[in-house]
Design a protein around this ligand. Structure first.
Ligand SMILES: Nc1nc2c(ncn2[C@@H]2O[C@H](COP(=O)(O)OP(=O)(O)OP(=O)(O)O)[C@@H](O)[C@H]2O)c(=O)[nH]1
Ligand SMILES: [Mg+2]
Length: 386
């Protein structure tokens, strides 16, 4: 781990194109500032009853009926005005539940004016049947505005289930639906269609869709999307882990002497404020808080025994006590660990300028992230998610 740490930091410095540690750290600080101000606005739109509100809730990891946070869903038409749902744990990500097009209240032209297409990073056009003239018209307008859009066929679980009753295999049902939708899209030869179920994000095209959306976003916004998704599979957990890991260098660089405090038994000061903010974000993003765990267990229809939560670090974060966290972190950052890390770090070369408090903060972030990853992976394995 310690050797890995030195290699990682060397690589980050090299990638930044800086020649000294200080120069690289300065760049990382700026990058960190910029990342803090990134916002992502996702528009979810489509006809009445297409499953927009359910989809918005699913990607925010919020359960229907959670009065404060959920978008209302119903079998009768219920979304009438554009509504912004801030992400419950990532304040820079907003998901917009836009009203169905072509209802009396919102005719297409007026709709486009009211909705102001410029406000969004991309559009997901949902349908639970076929694409309508309104959906196509909206896609053309979005294209005129040079924004990305994707067609999403929702409620796929329902189709698969009912076709299965008639003896049709899942693959066959999916392929018929895909073909059928494509035929309607002559004007959009390169349009992408994803088949999803808001009840089963780990199945069908959801993961592939998220990978495409991420790839199409500007680089600075990519991680914001990944980190805002609920942990619906081990694959997404691994993606989140990698995104957080990439961010550690900037975090540790941005952490200053202000938050640094000496730890008992550790010769270096370390920035407990930065570390607790970072690990708390990881904790929520990895779905380790009680609300997310309960939702996961409801979704998979299985109780998840709490014994995997024996991690003292998880308990310390859950207690929201900085002192508890500090005590827990001390275990990670005992003097030997730092000293052994330093043994691997060249005296000369690009990392030479890094101080002890940088290394101790970096080490705490890395070890904390690894531990939370292990706990969350265990939770997903118990939920039998792959
Ligand atoms: N089986 C299944 N049902 C779904 C899914 N998504 C939504 N539904 C159901 O479809 C109905 C309509 O869903 P909503 O999410 O309210 O649809 P909407 O597009 O927001 O509707 P309006 O706001 O009225 O335009 C509700 O009864 C949902 O429970 C899904 O993925 N699978
Ligand atoms: Mg709705």
């Amino acid at each position: 781990m310690e050797r890995e740490l030195a290699v990682e930091v060397e690589a980050a410095i090299k990638a930044s194109g800086a020649s000294t540690f200080e120069e690289a750290q300065e760049k990382a600080k700026q990058e960190f500032e910029e990342l803090c101000h990134v916002t992502l606005n996702i528009a979810v739109t489509g006809g009445t009853g297409a499953g927009k509100s359910s989809f918005v809730n699913a990607i925010r990891g919020v359960k229907e009926g959670d009065e404060e946070r959920a978008a209302p869903t119903d079998v009768v038409e219920c979304t009438k005005t554009p509504t912004m749902y801030p992400h419950p744990t990532m304040p820079n990500v907003n998901i917009w539940d836009l009203p169905g097009i072509g209802t009396e209240k919102f005719q297409t032209k007026k709709y486009i004016k009211d909705v102001n297409l410029d406000n969004y990073d991309f559009f997901l056009i949902l349908t639970c049947t076929r694409l309508t003239e309104h959906d196509i018209m909206l896609a053309k307008e979005i294209r005129k505005n040079k924004k990305n859009f994707y067609f999403v066929r929702t409620k796929i679980d329902q189709d698969v289930k009912s076709e299965k009753r008639k003896g049709k295999a899942e693959e066959q049902t999916l392929s018929v639906i895909r073909q059928d939708l494509k035929e309607k899209l002559n004007d959009f030869p390169s349009a992408q269609i994803f088949l999803v179920s808001s009840w089963k994000l780990d199945k069908f095209d959801f993961h592939e869709m998220m990978c495409v959306l991420e790839k199409d976003l500007p680089e600075k916004k990519q991680d914001a999307l990944t980190l805002s998704l609920p942990v619906y599979s081990i694959e997404i957990l691994k993606k989140k882990y990698k995104a957080f890991k990439r961010g550690i260098w900037a975090q540790a660089s941005a952490s200053g002497a202000v938050g640094a405090a000496p730890l008992p038994g550790v010769s270096a000061a370390f920035d407990v404020t930065t570390i607790s903010a970072f690990l708390t974000k990881v904790y929520y993003s990895f779905g380790l808080d009680d609300t997310s765990m309960k939702q996961l267990s409801d979704r998979v229809g299985k109780p998840i025994p709490a014994d995997f939560k024996h991690s003292k670090l998880v308990k310390a974060i859950a207690s929201k006590s900085v002192t508890a966290l500090q005590v827990e972190l001390t275990g990670f950052i005992v003097a030997e660990a730092i000293e052994s890390a330093l043994r691997f770090i060249p005296i000369a070369g690009s990392v030479a300028g890094a101080g002890m408090s940088f290394w101790s903060t970096y080490l705490a972030l890395r070890k904390g992230l690894d531990e939370l990853f292990t706990v969350s992976k265990k939770m997903l394995e118990m939920a039998k998610l792959k």
